[in-house]
Design a protein around this ligand. Structure first.
Ligand SMILES: NC(=O)c1ccc[n+]([C@@H]2O[C@H](COP(=O)([O-])OP(=O)(O)OC[C@H]3O[C@@H](n4cnc5c(N)ncnc54)[C@H](OP(=O)(O)O)[C@@H]3O)[C@@H](O)[C@H]2O)c1
Length: 436
């Protein structure tokens, strides 16, 4: 099997020389799984040679299954001095990992990374560095872990003009919401269960508040559209406010709740997108409604090919490491990936959509009339009012669904509604995206 020694291999005619020398930065969940695959699959040895493991306080990290030929180090300069062919970055975070990635690319060392936050914030600049030096930057593991989504979008759907995607990109939130839906658990109990299974971290904020899915949305937008939408501008809503009652009400209208990440090209110019990340009502019988546990699901829409779905394990050391190792094997095979550099995109307000509105109130006459008139003032039509029996009068939970309306009008109406002293919790508004 061939590997080209010359750093110019991306352009060169291949000559068989030796396996790619690979240094892994960060021996944590993903990095250790990458090393494990490489050490357990001797048939890869003619293409990939693991030479270095880099981590801080490295003595804590040593494992007995690592081949003795591998150098353990906590000195990043020693890694660069050894002149690896590929650096696998599984440290995470934007700093200092981003500096190491940039340094590698500038020196013509190709990089494989699982770091969605880095690619979402600095991918555009790093792709320019990569284009200038000829070193490659691959990040299949950054979106949907073990699902080869980016390869499929880049290669398999290259013949289509993509118009948008809707995805469940965060396994932790999906686990929590699908568990609440199936068992009637509270958010706190479902989060505890997610932690016990290793699906949620001690601080789950990035997952449940939508930051993780927003970063993945930005990376997927780059690959699908060649445009980088600003991460900070991606509108996100936390799943924290969801109660078990919301699942009961959603079920009554044939829906359930999932954290959804959606992006849609807006207009013909190609640089404008509508997008959001947050809990949404999805039909129970849709692929999204049936997506349970920590599974990821992405449906891409194209002008020619219609909808194409991808699904599988979105996280976890071994699944994510498969994507990383596959990227390294792609480099070892000398396959160049036609990663375009990304130009700037921008986000515009969401398209009008129907909404689910949930209220918790101290019951008294006239509440519904006041809500109806606040909605009417913004030109919003009520579709249905739902109220389960059996709630205490001081914490009555009921739901109003409204017809398709502009988000800005809804926000104004909700603000006026929330001023009413009868409310015992912040009113909750969840979109009911169409076409899901
Ligand atoms: N875990 C997943 O399922 C998953 C899925 C897809 C993508 N990813 C991405 O993969 C990357 C790694 O995630 P992970 O879950 O493997 O994280 P992790 O378990 O925390 O591993 C990170 C490793 O890097 C080391 N490290 C952190 N900062 C360092 C520094 N400044 N200098 C030297 N070593 C440093 C850590 O050492 P210490 O032990 O000392 O902290 C740890 O061993 C992240 O970008 C993440 O977003 C993860």
């Amino acid at each position: 099997v061939s590997v080209v020694l010359d750093r110019e291999w991306s352009r060169a005619a291949a000559t068989v020389v030796r396996p790619l020398k690979v240094a892994v930065l960060g021996f944590g969940t993903v990095g250790a799984s990458v090393a494990r695959i490489l050490s357990e699959r001797p048939e890869l040895a003619d293409r990939i040679e693991l030479t270095h493991i880099f981590n801080r306080t490295i003595h804590r990290k040593r494992v007995d299954w690592m081949p003795p030929s591998v150098t353990w180090t906590e000195d990043i300069d020693a890694v660069f001095a050894a002149n690896p062919d590929v650096i696998v970055e599984t440290v995470g975070g934007v700093r200092p990992a981003g500096e190491w990635v940039r340094r590698a690319l500038e020196r013509g060392i190709s990089v494989v990374t699982a770091n969605k936050m880095l690619i979402a914030t600095e991918g555009q600049a790093l792709l320019h560095v990569s284009a200038a030096s000829g070193a490659q930057l691959r990040f299949e593991a950054a979106v949907c872990g073990g699902v080869p989504l980016l390869h499929a979008v880049r290669d398999g759907l290259a013949g289509d003009t993509l118009t948008g995607f809707t995805g469940i990109l965060n396994g932790t939130s999906n686990y929590i919401l699908s568990r609440m839906g199936a068992s009637g658990d509270s958010m706190a109990d479902a989060l505890d269960a997610a932690r016990a299974l290793g699906y949620a971290e001690v601080d789950p904020s990035a997952d449940i508040d939508g930051d993780d899915a927003a970063a993945k949305l930005v990376v997927l937008a780059g690959v699908a559209f060649g445009r980088v939408v600003p991460l900070e501008a991606v509108r996100r809503q936390s799943i924290r406010a969801i109660r078990s009652a919301d699942f009961r009400y959603a079920n009554r209208i044939g829906h359930t709740i999932r954290q959804v990440a959606a992006l849609e090209r807006s207009g013909e110019d190609g640089d404008r997108f509508r997008g959001f990340v947050g809990p949404a009502l999805v039909p129970e019988e849709s692929a999204f409604g049936r997506n349970d546990g920590a599974n990821n699901l992405v449906v891409l829409r194209g002008s020619y090919g219609g909808s194409t779905a991808f699904s599988g394990a979105g996280a976890g050391g071994p699944a994510t490491a498969v994507a990383v190792v596959s990227d390294v094997l792609g480099l070892a095979g000398g396959r160049t990936v036609s990663t375009r550099t990304w130009s700037q995109g921008r986000l515009v307000p969401a398209a009008p959509t129907p909404y689910y509105l949930r209220f918790v109130v101290q019951d008294e006459p006239g509440i519904l009339a006041r809500i109806a008139s606040a909605l009417a003032r913004e030109g919003i039509n009520i579709d249905a009012v739902l109220q389960e029996p059996g709630y205490a009068r001081d914490a009555l939970v009921f739901v109003v669904t409204v017809e398709k309306c502009e988000e800005v009008a809804l926000t104004t109406a909700i603000r006026a509604i929330a001023d009413d002293s009868c409310h015992r919790a912040e009113p909750l508004a969840l979109p009911m995206p169409m076409g899901v």
